[in-house]
Design a protein around this ligand. Structure first.
Ligand code: HEM
Length: 460
């Protein structure tokens, strides 16, 4: 592990990054080090990464096989610089390139400008405004249905339960269906795709892409065929629907969307974006909800305040709890951008092709931004909005998460519904611990809890 070399004057020396002070440059062994760092992160996870950041400071250089040189950033000032950089200087699609393995190359998530922005504009209305308002009853309904299946007074894993009902929610808002069998049928191939995405196989395949590991992946090809076989007939059916333009589901909104120059999306673009929405919008919400419950059930005062808001419909404290949970437990621990040429990041000069990794988990816990950064303290967000570059669970700049408003609404409605209608207690006296699964960090034990409907007499 090395610090990215500090340049005294960029203008006078725009050359490549040098070796860190005291370390001989061993470029031939970079790949070997890279494999070791990669393996170290896979085994040591966030804890190891945090230790290294504490030791090396706000930017560190990590060569990783298949990913090139990584410059790992944990300082809000540098985050600001990266998020506000021009898109032809720092590439966003290439930055999240490993996601292409699962999301596919047509997903707006991995496209560069101007194509990315064209597609992003089309995806924005289904996730905001009137459409967003219309999803509220679906979120509450699916949460209640899930509660009806919770075991009473017996331990169960919140993460597993939340994955189930957030999947049903996203299927309903995307496809506008309400028949139970249809929800299950449509959700199935996407769930399989997500499961595949949650293994490290996708990242490893991306790292080895030069030898064709991305092109030849029979399991992924089979799941993608399944996705197309459930979605394509639905698109064809909607095209014949005379009520299409009146529908509020995301699929119909995308089918009716037009670019500034009046073009519609092709079927394969629509399918790619549905995959993006399904994958991006389900696991992340379920994980955050589980962490919220873990935090709240171990803090009776905070729990009582959220429950009181659930009764009145107020949201200020609940929102502060969501913000604090996402600060401490961001489900996506990093995102990245790639330099197109030599690039000065703060005091450092990076080589072309450097992957600038914004280490969300470390930025959110930067001691220069937060007092007692490792303590759960929702009050720090009362009466104030989270800092744009010091609180980045949704990333930032022109790639900031498009589903941020949706997920916040989903988290408020689901939490209030759960707490209004149920009593929950933690199974363990201590909180769950984080563990990385591919590109997300989840609670290792799945947050074990007990449930009892409110106003239900204790079982004998
Ligand atoms: C707690 C929930 C969520 C978290 C923590 C989260 C986090 C993120 C992050 C870190 C990014 C990358 C941003 C960047 O590189 O700057 C992202 C992108 C994205 N997210 Fe989310 N997300 C969440 C929920 C959702 C939901 C519910 C949806 C949609 C239903 C969604 C749709 C997207 C899309 C479409 C992008 C790509 C944006 C672009 O490339 O322009 N996300 N999200």
């Amino acid at each position: 592990m090395a610090i990215v070399s500090k340049q005294v004057s960029v203008e006078s020396d725009p050359g490549p990054i040098g070796a860190p002070p005291g370390l001989p440059t061993l470029p031939g062994l970079d790949a070997l080090f890279g494999a070791a760092y990669g393996a170290g992160y896979l085994i040591g996870g966030e804890r190891l990464a945090h230790r290294l950041i504490e030791h090396y400071g706000p930017v560190m250089r990590v060569p990783i096989v298949g990913l090139g040189t990584l410059a790992v950033v944990s300082d809000p000032e540098l985050v600001k610089q990266v998020f506000t950089a021009k898109p032809d200087v720092l590439l966003g699609g290439e930055g999240v390139g490993p996601a292409a393995a699962i999301y596919g190359h047509e997903s707006m998530f991995v496209l560069e400008e101007p194509e990315h922005l064209r597609r992003r504009k089309l995806l924005t209305p289904p996730l905001h405004g009137q459409a967003l308002e219309s999803y509220g009853p679906i979120i509450a309904d699916e949460t209640r249905r899930a509660m009806a299946r919770f075991p009473i007074d017996r331990p169960f894993r919140m993460l597993r339960a939340a994955r189930g009902f957030t999947l049903d929610i996203i299927v309903r808002v995307i496809f506008g269906v309400s028949d139970r069998a249809e929800i299950a049928r449509l959700g199935h191939p996407f769930e399989e795709l997500l499961d595949l995405g949650l293994t490290d196989v996708a990242v490893v395949r991306y790292m080895l892409r030069d030898i064709g590991t991305m092109r030849w992946w029979p399991r992924l090809a089979r799941i993608n065929r399944d996705v197309v076989s459930v979605v394509a007939p639905l698109i064809a059916q909607r095209r014949r629907d005379p009520e299409l333009s009146a529908r509020q589901d995301m699929l119909s909104l995308l089918m009716c969307a037009r670019t500034d120059t009046g073009e519609a999306m092709t079927d394969s673009e629509i399918i790619a974006d549905l995959i993006t929405l399904m994958l991006a919008g389900h696991e992340t919400s379920a994980t955050t909800l589980s962490w919220m419950f873990d935090e709240l059930l171990h803090r009776p005062d905070a729990l009582a305040r959220v429950r009181a808001e659930a009764e009145t419909g107020a949201t200020e404290y609940t929102m502060a709890v969501i913000n604090e949970t996402m600060r401490l437990r961001p489900p996506v621990p990093f995102t990245a951008r790639v330099t197109t040429g030599h690039y000065q990041l703060g005091d450092y000069l990076l080589e072309p092709g450097t992957r600038i990794v914004l280490y969300i988990d470390a930025v959110n816990k930067n001691p220069r931004t937060y007092l007692e950064p490792h303590r759960f303290q929702p009050e720090r967000f009362l009466g104030t909005r989270p800092s744009t570059y010091g609180w980045i669970p949704f990333g930032g700049g022109i790639k900031r998460c498009l589903g941020a408003s949706f997920s916040q609404r989903e988290l408020i409605i689901a939490t209030h519904t759960l707490l209004r209608e149920g009593d929950f207690t933690p199974v363990h006296s201590h909180e769950d611990r984080p563990v990385r699964r591919s590109a997300v960090v989840i609670p290792r034990g799945g947050v074990e809890i007990r449930y009892r409907p409110r106003h239900c007499p204790p079982s004998q």
